[in-house]
Design a protein around this ligand. Structure first.
Ligand code: AMP
Length: 398
């Protein structure tokens, strides 16, 4: 089957056309600056060069129309007609407590996703725009919603409740949801497969370290805890997001700097994380590593603090699961930053972890980076959220 995977943000749209039999992508690209001057679409067919075209995109419907044009155009298109697309898989950020699994999209599902808008005001409305645009342009093609939160719905109550008045849970469903679920699910299943063990027999910790970063604990095939919360702001220190802080800091900064709550939230989401902590050196770990190697103390402090936070979360999940069989690193930093993996793993002497420096230096493949005599396995597994969405889509439309 040919599956179009759509990941719609507020002003961007990532897409990939995947052949589900070979599990290879046939074409992929990105629409940027939707609704803003200077919109552009990139398009790359498998085995071909990437093209970038500046083209006005006043809304997401136009962006999707351009994507469909690119996929079917005479010169570089990979499809003869849109009828060849068997189904569309949409990444949806927040499924609240309603969606513990992916689902075929119908009017009722659209309404239920709308009801989760409050929980992800920046993401869910954009995801819905993508669904509606596809519906208008491909009315007869089945569509599937794959939720970032769904994998974490197996968490027990004690892991998802906050120490807040219970009425807020009852009234507003304020609780931990967790995100990056498609990635945590993909990577943990792949770890079991690579180790030749049953998923249901393992205790796995997945460190998804990208610009957004989260860790999850997967015990006997089910997520039992994760570091992101009601929103993707909680947990690890991220590219520009603060992660965990003392909540009273918000009031402190508000008074000292004369800021309102919206301004404080912008600071926590956009100006904090490694970007803020490095005194605005960079939010990118490539820059931070370079600066650390050049002896810049801002970079060293930032990398050390980031790695310490990762190690503490892993430790807390070892406690929650009463052990761990395998620790997996994935996403931009997890897959590409040997220094971060090394520094994080230095905290795991109590788990009997020993790292093979040569294996840790490799990139772009599934690999065990612990030594054969390491008591706990450590692996790098490149994530593939698009493929995971395509698999879910095929499962439901077949
Ligand atoms: P993601 O959100 O998963 O796409 O990850 C993006 C982040 O990965 C970037 O902001 C970088 O911090 C990090 N990253 C990507 N490539 C490298 C690399 N070669 N070395 C270190 N960090 C990297």
């Amino acid at each position: 089957m040919k599956i179009l995977v759509i990941n719609c943000g507020s002003s961007s749209l990532k897409y990939q056309l995947i052949d589900s039999d070979s599990e290879k992508w046939l074409a992929k690209g990105l629409c940027e600056r939707i609704g803003i001057d200077g919109s552009q679409i990139s398009y790359q067919p498998a085995g071909g060069d990437k093209e970038e075209t500046v083209s006005p995109m006043p809304d997401h419907k136009e962006a999707i129309r351009l994507v469909l044009d690119a996929l079917t155009n005479d010169k570089t298109g990979v499809l003869k007609s849109l009828d060849e697309i068997d189904a569309v898989g949409h990444r949806i950020v927040h499924g609240g407590e309603k969606f513990a699994d992916s689902t075929i999209i119908n009017d009722e599902v659209i309404k239920a996703i709308e009801e989760c808008n409050d929980l992800a005001p920046l993401h869910n409305p954009a995801n819905l725009i993508g669904i509606n645009a596809c519906k208008a342009l491909m009315p007869n093609t089945p569509m599937v919603a794959v939720f970032d939160t769904a994998f974490h719905q197996t968490m027990p109550e004690k892991a998802y409740m906050y120490g807040l008045p219970y009425e807020y849970y009852k009234k507003y469903k304020i609780r931990r949801y967790g995100f990056h679920g498609t990635s945590h699910s993909f990577v943990s299943k792949r770890a079991a497969e690579l180790l030749g063990k049953k998923y249901e027999d393992l205790k796995i910790i997945v460190c998804h370290l990208g610009n957004g970063a989260s860790i999850s604990a997967v015990k006997n095939g089910k997520c039992v805890d994760t570091s992101m919360g009601l929103t993707p702001l909680q947990g690890l220190i991220m590219g520009t997001r603060s992660g965990d802080i003392d909540p009273a800091i918000m009031e402190f900064i508000a008074h000292k700097e004369n800021k309102n709550i919206d301004e404080i939230m912008t600071i926590l989401n956009k100006k904090s994380g490694v970007q803020g902590l490095s005194d605005n050196l960079s939010s990118d770990f490539r820059d931070l590593e370079k600066e650390h190697n050049a002896g810049n103390p801002n970079a060293t402090r930032t990398l050390e603090t980031f790695c310490y936070a990762v190690a503490k979360y892993v430790g807390s999940y070892v406690a929650a699961m009463n052990g761990v069989d395998v620790i997996c690193f994935t996403a931009g930093i997890g897959e590409n930053a040997p220094l971060v993996r090394k520094w994080v793993c230095e905290y795991f002497g109590y788990l009997g972890v020993k790292i093979d420096d040569e294996a840790n230096g490799k990139r772009g493949e599934d690999i065990v980076i612990s030594t054969p005599d390491s008591k706990t396995k450590v692996m790098v597994i490149p994530t593939n959220e698009e493929l995971a969405i395509a698999r879910e889509t095929v499962k439901l439309v077949k």
